[in-house]
Each structure stands twice: as structure tokens, then as C-alpha cells.
Design a protein around this ligand. Sequence first.
Ligand code: IPE
Ligand code: IPE
Ligand code: MG
Length: 237
Amino acid sequence: MNDVRIPKHVGIILDGNGRWAKERGLSRSMGHKEGLNTLEELVPSIYNSGVEVLSIYVFSTENFKRPKKEVDYLMGLFSNNFDRLQSICNANNIKILFSGRKENLSKKVLEVEDRLEESTKTNTRGILNICLNYGGMCELVDMTKKIISEQIPVEEINEEVLRNHLYQELPLLDLLIRTGGEMRVSNFMLYQLAYAEFYFTDVYFPDFKEEEWVKALSTYQQRDRRFGGIKDETESH
Ligand code: IPE
Ligand code: IPE
Ligand code: MG
């Protein structure tokens, strides 16, 4: 699908799991569990809308600051329940990629990352980029290290070179969604969001079902993207 009104690359900062659970008198863990259920429901709908790449922020480099119990629960959720996501992606011909630092992740989580990437690598309809132990600042540090270690001459450094040394070679973000009411980026895809349209909603992620996605998409479609240019060149004088 080449309709420009369909964002090619969508990013979701899935936030509000803890508050969703607290409002219901449940533990934060239950919020994370429900968030994963929502994600599983949402993935097919998003690709059915014509989106080619979906980047989801499931754990930031800073999330290690949380209590060990919560970190352990989240890691357990990733290692024990991502198999369902694998089946959904295989059923929908979606390739899975993981972005983020490998350090600090358990062997179990790393094995799951490898398995999901391996078992979906020939899928061609779209890409699900799972940002786990991901930080935008870390990505820029890692990009810089790669560029320096390849000894690329200073005069050859340009925007394209930088992009080619990010974790993945993906289109820049067209639409960035953040659920849970906070109006911040929290270290997500700092380079890739250069010209992204932002959509913030108070809806907590576990409640971000297909109809909320449709709202986000139609809001995006009403935006006027100019990329620094002007809308109507005939008006220029
Ligand atoms: C997002 O929900 C999930 C992760 C960051 C892993 P939160 O856990 O941040 O939920 P709130 O923001 O505390 O409600
Ligand atoms: C951002 O949410 C990280 C993820 C969604 C994985 P946080 O809940 O960690 O962000 P802050 O702390 O509110 O900025
Ligand atoms: Mg949060």
C-alpha cells in the first residue's frame, strides 16, 4: 500500500500499565500482563491498516531502576509469553526484530530474542521492532562507537551514515503514539522521531484497543506534514 496517509513506521510508547492496575486494585504485574494481551490484539489490526513497521517500547534502559520484583516479573513475561507474539507474527507474515542493549538481560530473555528473530526472519509483510532494554541515548552512543570503529573519514559523515549505524535499518518514524497521559518521549528513538507526528492519549495501554488505534490513525491523517517546507508553493513570493 503506497497511500501517504498511511504511516509507514509507527512507534508506540506503551505506558500506563501500572496505573491501569492500581485503579482496579490490582498489582502492577497484572497491568503488565493485560498490556501484553492488548499488544497481541493490536498487532494484526495495525498491519491490516497498511502500516509496514511497528516499533514498540516495552522496556527502557532506565526501567532497570524499578524494584527488582517488577523487573523480574517483566522479564518473566517476555521470556514466557512472547511465544504467543511469535505465533501471531508468523500467522500475519511479520518479521520480528529486537532493538536494545544485550547486556543486563538474562540468558532466557536473550534466547527468546534469538528464537523470535530466527523463526520470523523470512516473513515479508511487515516488521515488528521490539525495543527491549532500549534507550535512544544508548543507541546514539552505540552508533557513534560503530562509526568510529569502522574508521569512517570525517568528511564522509552525513545523516545517511548515521542512520545506517542505528540498531536497525528502518524508515524514520511517521507516527509516535504514547498512551497513559504523559507528554514526553522518555528516551525513545531520538534520531528516528525527527519529523514524526505525535499522538498523546490519556488511555492506559491495556485499554488501547483497535478503536483507539483507529482514532490515532485518523488523527494522523488529518495532520499537515510539511517537513520544513510550505504547504502550497504557489503562495510563495
Ligand atoms: C509501561 O507501563 C510499561 C513499562 C514501562 C514496562 P508502566 O509500568 O510505566 O505504567 P505506569 O506509567 O506506572 O502507569
Ligand atoms: C517509558 O515509560 C518506557 C516504556 C514504555 C518502556 P516509563 O513509564 O518508563 O517512562 P517515564 O518514567 O514515565 O518517563
Ligand atoms: Mg510509566
